[in-house]
Design a protein around this ligand. Structure first.
Ligand SMILES: Nc1ncnc2c1ncn2[C@@H]1O[C@H](COP(=O)(O)OP(=O)(O)OP(=O)(O)O)[C@@H](O)[C@H]1O
Length: 346
């Protein structure tokens, strides 16, 4: 049985916006699935249909074998949902928030005390269990959100941008919990603004564009579809970039013009020959009277996949730095050696 089986899902909002046009997903039990797309591509609308908060205009969805139209209550009982907005009560302590979630999700009275302790332990809240949630940092609130979404041990959890705005340390910590629950057999459906997060966590990824799945596959499969390596030229002046683009398109590197993209930093060329002939391009640029300030050849990342599929750079608002810390009253918890080492190579 699939954990999530969505067929030809579509949703048009009352104002006529066709947010989701045709989304089919078949996610096996126990998979860690990443759902990616630019802002407004239809991710949240899709999740809301999967968790019974929005009724599809057409198509069908079964979650854990229950049809969302026929058995919405069964679906809700069998899933955990961590929405973008926090669901914890700032006036309650961590323990009270978790207890409330256990009651709301119908965890039996006999089991409740034990389950509350397990959940607090899972997200490392034992020492601060009796502090009020309003005293917690952004990262801690997210961890508490994770605990409450898991109260009833659901076989499937939906995480909608669970780490947005967190600093790398807090994010890494959450990644550990997500991996832990997936290791226990829980199916995870994740949306994220951070492609390195999807790369690190997900076994399979689907990219939604204009309300339809544009590509899906494992991170490695998707990266291999970029076709070779990626050569980056840094040049901040747009006029130079435009001329450099013409030189690159004419070079033996690019199979066609689509392999050359202007980026915020300068220019990017996807090519199976990037390592072999990359320096030839530098010579051609110099001959054309252009100099570059930076040059680099690297393996493709999911950012390259995204750029190739959508023609846009993946939006990562909330940023890599200056995010919400996991450490209230601390020094902001910058990236330590371990954190840095765990980031996907760029
Ligand atoms: N209640 C609504 N009424 C009308 N249009 C809506 C509504 N909610 C979302 N939309 C539109 O539907 C489209 C898809 O929105 P959705 O929130 O699903 O995208 P998303 O991929 O989750 O984006 P984000 O990353 O910004 O959350 C967008 O064009 C959005 O403006």
């Amino acid at each position: 049985m699939s954990a999530i089986d969505a067929r030809h899902l579509a949703l048009t909002y009352a104002d006529g916006t066709e947010a989701v046009e045709d989304v089919s997903l078949d996610i096996p039990e126990g998979e860690f699935f990443g759902f990616l797309g630019a802002n407004g591509a239809g991710k949240t609308t899709t999740i809301k249909m999967l968790v019974t908060l929005l009724r599809p205009t057409s198509g069908s969805v079964a979650v854990n074998g229950y049809d969302v139209e026929d058995s919405p209550r069964r679906v809700r009982e069998s899933i955990g949902y961590m929405a973008q907005e926090t669901s914890i009560d700032p006036e309650l302590t961590a323990r009270e928030n978790v207890r409330y979630a256990c009651e709301a999700y119908g965890v039996s009275r006999d089991r409740r005390g034990e389950r509350i302790d397990e959940l607090l332990e899972l997200v490392d809240f034992v020492d601060v269990a009796d502090k009020r949630a309003k005293e917690f940092s952004g990262g801690m609130k997210k961890r508490l959100d994770v605990a409450t979404a898991l109260a009833h041990e659901p076989p499937v959890v939906f995480l909608d941008e669970p780490t947005t705005g967190l600093d790398p340390k807090a994010r890494n910590r959450l990644w550990d919990y997500f991996e832990r629950i997936n290791d226990r057999g829980t199916t995870v459906f994740l949306t994220t603004q951070y492609l390195e997060e999807a790369d690190h966590l997900c076994e399979r990824i689907g990219v939604i564009r204009d309300g339809e799945i544009a590509v899906s596959g494992s991170p490695e499969e998707l990266k291999s579809r970029v076709g070779g390596d990626v050569l980056e030229l840094d040049d901040p002046t747009p006029t130079n970039v435009e001329r450099a683009r013409e030189v690159a398109v004419d070079s033996r590197l690019a199979a066609d013009a689509d392999d050359v993209e202007a980026t915020e930093e300068g220019l990017l060329v996807r090519s199976a020959e990037a390592r072999r002939y990359g320096t030839d391009l530098l010579v051609s640029l110099r001959d054309a009277g252009l100099s570059v300030v930076g040059f680099n050849v690297r393996s493709p990342t999911l950012d390259d996949v995204f750029l190739a599929v959508t023609g846009e750079e993946y939006d990562a608002e909330g940023g890599e730095s200056g995010g919400d810390t996991d450490d209230p009253g601390g020094d902001g918890g910058g990236a330590d050696a371990e954190t840095t080492a765990r980031q996907a190579p760029r």
